[in-house]
Each structure stands twice: as C-alpha cells, then as structure tokens.
Ligand binder design. Structure first.
Ligand code: PLP
Length: 386
C-alpha cells in the first residue's frame, strides 16, 4: 500500500546520507573511542567532527555540545542538572504547552518542593511576555520554554523571552527539539544558556540527542560514571548515532533555506485545500509564527481518532491532538490550553511534513480527506442529521 507519511513531528525517516555515514561504525569501526589502542582511538576524531557539525547548525562552539540519548534526556539534564548545581532559591517558570519531557520534569520537581509557574497561552498558543516578566522574582532559579510547539508548530518569540530572562539575571533553557533543523537557530544571536535537540526529528535515528550548554553555565550530570562528554554525561559514546546526528545536522544546515520554502509551500497547499473543500474547519495556532512543516486543523463535530483511522486505511499517517486517557478521548493539554471549543478540540489533527514529502502526497491527501470528513459527519452524534 502507498504510504503518505505526514507525521514528521513524531519522528522522521533516517536520511540515506545519514545511514551511509553510520554504516562503517556498525560494521568495521566499532572500537571504543576511549581506548588507548589505535583501533578504538581512531574513532574519536569522528565524534569530534560530529560535535562540530551539530555546533555549526546552531551557532555554538563544539565544546558546548553534550551528546545524550534523546531530547527527553537533554531536557532532564538541563533542568535537573542546573538546579542541582546552583544554590539559587526554588522557583521554576515554564509554559503550560510544553512537551511532557519538560512539563513532567517541572511538575515532578514541584512535588518535591520547588515552586512552579506555568505560563498560560492565548487562543493562538502564544504566551504573554508581561506575565513572564511579572512571574520572575528573586526566588526564580530558571525559566524553560520551548522554541516551537510539537502539536501546533507555534513558534515562541524566543529571542524576546531570552532577553527578558537574561536581563533578570536568570538561567534560560529552551526545548528546541521541533525547531532545530526546521528553522534558523543561532545561539550566537539568541542568549539562551541551554538548548535541547533530538536526532530523530531531523532525519537521524531515534536514541540520540544533544544539549547545548553555554560556556560557564553550571551543570551537574544526570548520569554519573566515566569522563565522557567532559564529565557532563557518562557512558560509552553511541558512535554510529553521534556520527549520524552530525551528518543530519550538516544536511539540515546546507538545505535549510530551500526546505523552508518548499515545506511551507506544500503545507500551505494542504491548508488551503482543506479549508476550501471542507466546511467547519479551523486552523489551530498562530499562523504567522509557525513551523513551515506543521498544520494543525480542527474538523468540527468529528472525532480526531476516527479521522486518523480512516486516513490510516488509505496509508495516510497523521496524528491527533487528543490522547486516549482511561477510556475517554480527552483533547491534548496544548489544544485545551488554547481554549479551543469542545466540538473543535476533539477533531484536531496534526499534519507534519518533511523534505521527503511530494506534491503527489498532498494531492492524494486532498483527494481523500473531504470524503472522510463528510462520511464521519453523516454519523456524528454532534450533528442532527436528517
Ligand atoms: N520536546 C519536544 C518539543 C518534542 O516534540 C519531543 C518529542 O516528540 C521531545 C521533547 C522528546 O524528544 P525525544 O523523543 O528525543 O526524547
């Protein structure tokens, strides 16, 4: 069956160039980079190269990059690692639309005595910078907000957030898992102290991530052990995946401008096609400040899960803004926080594209989707059908 993969904010296909680059480290160059002998030691230079490639994509120095196992580990390291390394008093600020890899870390710390502020968002999914300003107090240790939202694609004004936080003398971490590789990200221009990225969102494998830590930022490791990653993250390096992440970052950097324009063109075509062929549809999230690859739409009066199942039967992979919790279909915390009405929140679907999507993928989806929505509305309990 034809597969049209429009779920790239969940995970991405490994780029063929990444696969090729990793192969020697799975087959022949499998030594331990910490070994004294040449067989192992020769591998180290490939880790160094990958570190440079990651650093180059985000405007960092290579010695500010720590390789981790995933975005979740990077977020945990940034937040828990900084708080463990400082005597600052206990208050953390985040936003209520973070990925669980930040939100549940902050809530866990809250259960252990840290004060927590979760900034609200408006109907476009944007935080209020005045609320941020007034939430920062003497007690605040750090602020952590995402760069771009995984569900809606909404981009936070990260440079202004960073400036507000830094002018108060506080530490700022950003979860940039959905931004890196999709948008220009430059820590030389935006004064973040720490930044998280994840390999599998930019065509590297699952199981590799990185944390940028600005020189001089105190950080206690989450994983203690050997001296790898300059003592900031123990564990023998995952050499193939580190090499893969480096190549993925290099590809993203070299093709970024072209991909941004091509992805937003295809995404806009999908958006316009849906809006013109399906009645009672709304686009969720700030359309002016949005990832070029992401479209979150609500189809009124139908369940997102039902749409997904029917799309799936046709080989179209997307995802919904609802999560099935204890038998009830609850809209996600992001959709709820934006105050989207009940009848629309339940029918929210996320389409997220990548460089491997084609015009034909969008055409195929646009040919099939209106019929699915019409069919589901005919049996919708929310509409009194004749
Ligand atoms: N942060 C954001 C915004 C994400 O979208 C994700 C994954 O979906 C993560 C963090 C977690 O990344 P990983 O799957 O690499 O742990």
């Amino acid at each position: 069956m034809k597969v049209v993969y429009l779920d790239n904010n969940a995970t991405t296909q490994i780029a063929p160039e990444v696969n090729e680059a990793m192969r020697p480290f799975l087959e022949t160059l499998w030594g331990n980079p910490s070994s004294m002998h040449t067989f192992g030691g020769q591998v180290k230079k490939y880790i160094d190269r990958a570190r440079e490639q990651v650093a180059e994509l985000i405007g960092a120095h290579p010695d500010e990059i720590i390789f981790t196992s995933c975005g979740s580990e990077s977020n945990n390291t940034a937040i828990k690692g900084y708080l463990a390394a400082t005597d600052e008093p206990g208050h953390i600020i985040t936003s209520c639309v973070e990925h669980p890899a930040v939100l549940s870390v902050c809530r866990h710390l809250h259960q252990h005595g840290w004060e927590l502020t979760e900034l609200r968002v408006d109907g476009r999914g944007q935080i209020d910078l005045d609320e941020l300003r007034s939430s920062i107090s003497e007690k605040t240790a750090m602020v952590t907000t995402m760069w771009a939202n995984n569900e809606t694609g909404v981009i936070f004004p990260i440079d202004r957030i960073a400036q507000i936080v830094k002018s108060s003398g506080k530490i700022f971490h950003t979860d940039a898992v959905q931004a890196v590789g999709k948008l220009p990200v430059d820590v030389g221009k935006v004064p973040v102290d720490m930044l998280t990225l994840s390999g599998h969102k930019l065509h590297a494998p699952k199981g590799i991530g990185a944390l940028y830590v600005r020189r001089g930022t105190p950080l206690t490791p989450l994983i203690h052990g050997g001296h790898q990653e300059r003592g900031k993250r123990a564990g023998t390096e995952n050499v193939p995946y580190i090499v893969g992440l480096g190549v993925a970052c290099d590809l993203a950097r070299r093709h970024m401008q072209k991909e941004i324009s091509e992805l937003s063109r295809l995404r806009d075509k999908l958006e316009q096609g849906i809006l013109s062929s399906c009645p009672d549809v709304r686009v969720n999230g700030d359309r002016k400040h949005r990832l070029p690859n992401t479209l979150n739409v609500s189809f009124e009066f139908v369940e997102g899960e039902a749409i997904l199942l029917l799309l799936n039967e046709l080989g179209i992979c997307a995802s919904s803004g609802s999560a099935c919790t204890s038998g009830s279909l609850e809209p996600s915390h992001v959709i709820r926080a934006m105050g989207i009405p009940f009848t629309a929140a339940h029918g929210s679907i996320r389409f997220s594209l990548s460089r491997y999507n084609t015009e034909q993928d969008i055409d195929y989806t646009l040919q099939r989707l209106p019929g699915i929505i019409k069919r589901l509305r005919e049996i919708s309990p929310y509409i009194s059908n004749p």
